[in-house]
Design a protein around this ligand. Structure first.
Ligand code: BJ8
Length: 428
């Protein structure tokens, strides 16, 4: 995962990484990536950018973060879609997603957290405790949020290992919840002003809002092309683009994704796809899939299906909604940011009818033949809400497969068999 011609080890050492353990991580990921990604045929040429980003994700990108800090900026770690990147950027911060998608140092983690904690939380804690994540080690501040009980409580322990600030996220969407949420944005501004030593200005917030909106617009374009039959890009590649959106330089990412979108639009016009027209089309919905978690997409696509959309935080929930750009005061723009973010439909909210609407709408828009509901084991919000999603989808006549899994590879054989049977049923 790094340019062999550049020696990043002094940088990793200065960040306090456990170099031996980190070497093991850097040896494992490229093989997994090659097996899942580089083995695909007919990939869009623009995906070469993402191959490069992945190869440098612990190298060049970390160097960029250090350069940014040396020039007076900050690096802010986040774990949730509700944390507004616009405010972080407007105060000279670079936001980096810290959710992790691989098992690491679970032996240490399980001394702090119960074994039956979701893989996302255990993994994030494991990357920190195992000292293998240069992103968390670069962070001047980690922003948590009161979403699910697991994360909420884990932040208390995480705060013993890194500087953590927790936003209070309401669990309902009534007017009084919006007032609370809006006041939380003011608290966040104060905290980020403290950490950065800067003052929030309208100009900086407008610029950051436009940049982040442009990133989302580029992802909207890329994903809109997936509605075509045949699909012009694999689900795995589209998932990767959103996963990388949480780490990459914003303007560069936007430019590269727009380039891929141009290519996909040409492919659609030419009727060129990555899977046959008859390949069963699957919408995936549920818990987030953080890098390098592409397990379910890989299984679906190796079994002959194609994932055409994700109702996930690493999918449509991330890029579909934009912040209104016309406010002329800081307060007004913060109101618009609050509105956009509270409109995300996470299963941590109750009730959460917007997610059901989103799932059905996306299934129609992307011509999905079936829905795969993916939940991490011990993720109560998504595991329980799966019942509501399944009921609504069946009423709409859309077949559903429920998959509860984790980051291990132990269930791959059994999952593969279930997915193959589901795809056969969709074709029959
Ligand atoms: S907006 S989905 S990123 S809270 S998988 S830790 S919910 S037990 S990550 Fe999430 Fe924000 Fe919602 Fe998205 Fe808990 Fe479930 Fe684990 Fe989860």
């Amino acid at each position: 995962m790094s340019d062999a011609t550049v020696d990043y080890r002094p940088m990793w050492q200065a960040l306090g990484l456990d170099l031996e353990a980190h070497d093991m991580l850097l040896t494992a990921i490229p093989q997994l990536y090659a097996d899942a990604y580089l083995s695909q045929s007919d990939r869009p040429e623009g995906m070469a950018y993402f191959d490069f980003v992945l190869s440098e994700i612990h190298g060049l990108r970390i160097k960029e973060l250090q350069d940014h800090k040396a020039a007076g900026g900050t690096v802010i770690g986040t774990f949730c879609l509700y944390v507004p990147e616009e405010i972080i950027r407007a105060l000279g911060g670079l936001a980096v997603g810290l959710c992790a998608g691989a098992e690491w140092a679970y032996d240490q983690v399980e001394q702090l957290l119960p074994r039956n904690t979701c893989a996302l939380i255990k993994s994030a804690m494991g990357f920190k405790m195992g000292k293998v994540c240069p992103y968390v080690e670069s962070a001047d501040l980690v922003i948590g949020e009161t979403t699910c009980d697991g994360k909420k409580k884990a932040y208390e322990l995480f705060g013993e290992l890194a500087p953590v600030y927790v936003m209070e996220l309401p669990q309902m969407k009534r007017p009084q919840d919006m007032s609370l949420w809006r006041s939380e944005l003011d608290r966040l501004v104060t905290e980020l002003e403290r950490v950065s030593g800067r003052t929030l200005t309208l100009e900086a917030l407008q610029k950051a809002t436009k940049e982040v909106n442009d990133k989302r617009r580029a992802l909207q374009r890329l994903n809109a092309a997936r509605a075509a039959r045949p699909a012009p890009i694999s689900g795995k590649d589209a998932l990767l683009a959103v996963q990388v959106a949480f780490y990459d330089d914003v303007p560069r990412f936007t430019q590269m994704v727009n380039r891929i979108a141009d290519e996909l639009e040409q492919r659609v016009a030419a009727g060129k796809g990555v899977a046959p027209c008859a390949a069963p089309r699957v919408l995936v919905t549920g818990s987030p899939m953080s890098l390098p978690n592409w397990k379910v997409h890989d299984l679906v696509e190796k079994a002959g299906g194609v994932v055409v959309a994700e109702e996930l935080c690493t999918g449509a929930r991330y890029y579909e909604k934009l912040v209104a750009e016309d406010a002329s005061t800081v307060e007004g723009l913060l109101d618009d940011i609050a509105t956009k973010y509270l409109d995300i439909n996470c299963a941590c909210f109750t009730p959460n009818p917007g997610r059901i609407d989103d799932v059905l709408r996306l299934a129609g828009q992307y011509k999905a033949d079936g829905i795969l509901h993916y939940a991490l084991q011990f993720c109560a919000p998504y595991q329980i809400e799966a019942t509501t999603v399944e009921r609504a989808a069946r009423e709409a006549g859309i077949p559903v497969l429920r998959v509860d899994t984790d980051y291990s590879m132990e269930d791959v054989g059994q999952l593969g068999t279930r997915i193959e049977a589901f795809l056969e049923m969709l074709q029959g």
